[in-house]
Design a protein around this ligand. Structure first.
Ligand code: ADP
Length: 496
């Protein structure tokens, strides 16, 4: 186990000073919080990593004012200029990838290899939107009147607020900040209180890259204090959020009074459908990846695994055997593949889902209980004989539990897969390409992985339908969320 005393932390980082114990507002590090302090805890060991100031509502308003002052200069720059700064940020994040990964593992708990993968994923949005910053463009149309042209401009939305979760502490920030800054917006970010250190390290690297003071601010502290200021302050023109559907709904309600634009990446309940004609090894490897990445704490994680009757027993045996080979432990440990859950509530929910399933007749074929490794660890678990009525099939589990549900025909499984309020990710495993088209069309989800469990990258439009959200992140579409359309109706423009 890694102790997280000050000296132990220093030995994990090449540049320990990247761990910042202050908020970042208008280019300054704010050490004095109006609402006292809060601790950041290593979930693997339960030890404190840092104490941070809890900003007050007034201090949040100050950050919004700073973002507003910085807006005029930032939006006036050329796309190429903003691109150069974002690209430098990408270079610095890449250069400091090992330190950022260590900070992520310290505060989030995920295995170091996964933290490194997250840094690369997070950096990919900086690179992508550095490129997109140069490609913002409008349109010109002939008007119904022969004397006129219609000119469509794309302009930055303005000051944006981002509220981000703890499960991907780096990527959930760059996926929002990079397109916002590329578009010419400025931003106030409120990271999750469990994982603010990654956000602050990113802000430090952004400042070194040349992001001007006030363009990117990171406020830390209580969500209940900071959130309402971000959602009701009239200066803020957009709220972008990743987190639970419940909180997203609340943020939309709060944002309604001042008619803010919103982007919402909310909860999921991803179905995986494995047909009899799937390649067994592809399906096993795909579900292992989609389920156990980040210890199951992912909104696109496989939540319900439907397996057709003809392949069910073989899949269950192989998948259970592979699950028992996973290594639970501190994310810094050699070969560890399953870290801790983020907190005791996470462990309790996972255990409740397992107990509920077992009480209704499910069978445990791997794991099945809290792990002896430490308080927040849970054994990767496989349940067979799961049915649609069990809690685990109804709710997002957010942990390393795989429920296997048997089905017989395609129409039945599509009905079951769509029987949820959520519609984020989904996964199909089959070698029949006609079936791919048919099922992909019928699935109510924003994303469909076909013969793969890994679907996230910067080129792909990430987002959900139904109560999984509004808007898309990444891809060529992501920047549109930070752009407004202005149209000029130009009488006489065809005379020149
Ligand atoms: P999770 O289950 O991932 O913790 P939450 O939706 O509870 O999901 O939290 C996601 C983010 O939203 C975190 O940064 C959290 O601090 C923030 N948050 C939670 N409640 C509120 C709220 N009432 N107002 C603003 N932000 C909130």
């Amino acid at each position: 186990m890694t102790a997280t005393t000050g000296s132990a932390i220093s030995s994990l980082l090449r540049e320990p000073a990247l761990i910042r114990d202050a908020a970042f507002v208008d280019g300054d590090w704010i050490r004095q919080g109006g609402d006292g302090t809060f601790s950041v805890i290593n979930p693997s060991t339960g030890t404190e990593i840092a104490q941070l100031p809890a900003l007050s509502r007034e201090q949040t308003a100050t950050a919004i004012d700073a973002a507003n002052r910085a807006l005029t200069g930032w939006r006036a720059r050329s796309g190429k200029d903003r691109s150069t700064i974002l690209r430098r940020w990408f270079d610095l994040v890449t250069e400091h990838a090992d330190d950022l990964a260590a900070i992520i593992t310290l505060e989030e708990g995920k295995p170091l290899a996964e933290a490194r993968a997250e840094v690369a994923y997070a950096a990919s949005f900086l690179e992508w939107f550095a490129e997109e910053a140069k490609r913002i463009r409008g349109d010109i149309f002939d008007a119904p009147l022969a004397s006129r042209r219609i000119v469509v401009l794309k302009e930055p939305v303005g000051v944006c607020a981002a509220i981000t979760p703890w499960n991907f502490p780096a990527a959930m920030i760059t996926r929002k900040a990079a397109p916002a800054l590329a578009a010419g917006c400025t931003m106030v970010v409120k990271p999750a209180s469990q994982t603010p250190l990654t956000a602050l390290a990113l802000a430090e690297l952004g400042a070194r890259a040349g992001i001007p003071a006030g363009v990117l601010n990171v406020v830390v502290g209580s969500a209940g204090t900071i959130g309402p200021e971000l959602t009701t302050n009239p200066i803020v023109r957009k709220v972008t959020f990743t987190g639970s559907t419940e909180v997203g709904r609340q943020l939309m309600q709060e944002s309604a009074a001042t008619i803010k634009k919103v982007s919402m990446e909310l909860g999921g309940n991803a179905p995986v459908i494995i047909f009899d004609d799937a390649d067994l090894e592809t399906a096993v490897a795909g579900v292992l990846a989609a389920k156990y990445r980040n210890t199951g704490e992912s909104c696109i994680g496989a939540n319900r695994v439907y397996v057709q009757a003809g392949i069910y027993d073989r899949f269950a045996a192989e998948y259970s055997s592979r699950t028992t080979q996973l290594v639970v432990g501190d994310g810094f440990g050699d070969g560890v593949t399953i870290g801790p859950l983020i907190d005791a509530a996470g462990v309790a929910k996972v255990d409740e889902h397992v107990r509920d399933a077992v009480s209704q007749g499910a069978r445990i074929t791997a794991g099945g209980q809290p792990s002896s490794v430490g308080d927040l660890f849970y054994e990767p678990t496989v349940l067979t004989g799961v049915t649609q009525t069990m809690l685990i099939a109804r709710e997002e589990t957010f942990g390393p539990i795989t429920p296997l549900i048997r089905f017989t025909d395609e129409a039945e499984v599509i009905r079951m897969a769509n029987d949820t309020d959520f519609g984020l990710a989904s996964y199909l495993f089959t070698r029949d390409s006609e079936r791919v088209w048919r099922v992909a069309a019928a699935i109510e989800a924003g994303m469909v992985g076909i013969n793969t469990g890994l679907i996230s990258n910067e080129v792909a439009p990430f987002g959900g339908i139904k109560q999984s959200g509004i808007g898309r992140e990444g891809s060529v579409y992501g920047i549109e969320e930070y752009l407004e359309i202005k149209y000029l109706s130009w009488e006489g423009s065809r005379d020149h």
